[in-house]
Ligand binder design. Structure first.
Ligand code: ADP
Length: 407
């Protein structure tokens, strides 16, 4: 039997298929730009006898079509990784927002779907795509158990002083306005790997997820005690196209003095800000190239990006009252030596010393970049949200939940 992991976003579906008892996927893929004319499907197969990547340029009009396509690829005669969709016993879904009620990996029932839908106002860019993915998966794999794993769940251990905003109580009580935090599946996965590597189950860690979206978490003994994203994934660090933290008065100014609407402000802060606004690019590979060509905008952008991270390291070291390791992860965190070097520069006060040569090496897997004398380790831990979800699904299956006998 197999576990299919689905990460269904607003315009894309990422997927991986794992044998029930293995961490090695048999295939993975991405359906991108759903609903646009230039949609594309990339499907990779990792079987010993067939290792190949397939690219299909074809219009994928909606999530249903995208899911049908991927289900078809799994069983397509020449490249089949399974013979029958019924071999998929479990479908694990990444869901960005679980609010305060969905705090554990959960078997998806009508009630769970209703709760995910009730959170649409808090996650308008994400939860509707997840529901689409879930509903199509239910149709395509009717014998499978559907499980949801939430990106907010890991942050539900935040103490109230860290998750409340200093605004009238009723906004929390009536509207659920509070810090939720995101990228939790990734923070939890890399923190777990770092604790195992450190052989320290009570380690004080700062996990730094730098992808298109960027966030940090302060983790003590495996429990998250603070995180940089807030009510939505807009707060905190400077990101590819998102501003991160900004004085709320900037929005009031733009609204009152420049006539911006709520919709325009949402677009401005989510899609037109961050590194894109500072440099004209949102891919760090382009910005890093410009930095090395002494482009002044790229220099400033890297400084701003990494200075914000440094300040969070200071804040979280205080919150943790110590620091055993910094953990870099995701596209930028795992690959961008320049960003890591600038973050770790002049941080001796926190016991952070990075080895510049080790930082430049392009190696796979968990890496220790600390220089001798560094009291805090500087680690790179590749994240793998799909594997983390698959493991969670496997644990639920192993625990013998009554609904999971067929898995
Ligand atoms: P997400 O999952 O949030 O979409 P990723 O974790 O895949 O994002 O990270 C995407 C980011 O990683 C992009 O900004 C990309 O430029 C950056 N990235 C990927 N590879 C490299 C690299 N070799 N050097 C620098 N940045 C990289």
């Amino acid at each position: 039997m197999y576990i299919l992991i689905i990460n269904s976003g607003s315009s894309s579906i990422k997927y991986q298929l794992f044998p029930r008892d293995s961490d090695q996927p048999v295939c993975s893929g991405l359906v991108e730009r759903i609903g646009q004319d230039n949609s594309q499907v990339t499907h990779e197969i990792f079987r010993a006898d067939v290792a190949q990547t397939l690219k299909l340029d074809q219009r994928v009009k909606d999530h249903e079509t995208g899911m049908q396509l991927l289900a078809g690829l799994l069983t397509r005669k020449d490249i089949a990784v399974i013979a029958d969709p019924a071999q998929i016993g479990t479908v694990g879904h990444r869901v960005v927002h679980g609010g305060e009620t969905l705090t554990e990996p959960t078997i998806i029932t009508a009630d769970v779907k209703a709760k995910i839908k009730a959170l649409y106002p808090l996650a308008p860019l994400h939860n509707p795509g997840h529901i689409k993915g879930i509903e199509v998966a239910e149709k395509l794999f009717p014998t499978a158990t559907q499980i949801a794993v939430f990106d907010t769940a890991f942050h539900q251990t935040l103490p109230e002083k860290a998750f409340r905003y200093a605004i009238p109580d009723k906004f929390y009580r009536e509207d659920g306005i509070r810090v939720y935090g995101f990228h939790g599946i990734s923070h939890q996965y890399v923190a777990g790997a770092a604790m195992t590597w450190l052989k320290n189950p009570v380690a004080k860690l700062i996990t730094i997820h730098l992808g298109n979206g960027c966030s940090m978490a302060a983790v003590s003994g495996g429990r998250c005690i603070d995180t940089s994203m807030g009510l939505t994934p807009l707060d905190g660090l400077v990101m590819g196209t998102r501003s991160g933290a900004i004085d709320p008065s900037v929005l009031l100014y733009l609204q009152q003095q420049k006539g911006y609407t709520a919709e325009q402000l949402t677009k401005l802060l989510n899609k037109q800000s961050g590194m894109l606004a500072l440099t004209g690019h949102n891919d760090m590979r382009d910005i890093s190239r410009l930095y090395h060509e002494n482009d002044p905008a790229a220099k400033l952008a890297y400084e701003l990006y990494t200075y914000r991270i440094k300040k969070f390291i200071g804040a979280y070291t205080a919150a943790l009252n110590g620091l055993d390791a910094l953990v870099f992860t995701a596209g930028v965190g795992e690959n961008d030596a320049l960003a890591r070097e600038l973050v770790c520069r002049d941080m001796e006060v926190f016991g952070i010393h990075i080895d510049i040569a080790k930082n430049q090496l392009r190696e796979k897997g968990l890496r220790d970049l600390s220089a001798g004398g560094s009291s805090a380790r500087v680690l790179v831990v590749p994240t793998n949200e799909e594997l983390a979800i698959a493991r969670v699904c496997r644990t639920l299956v192993a625990e013998g939940h009554p609904n999971l006998e067929s898995s």
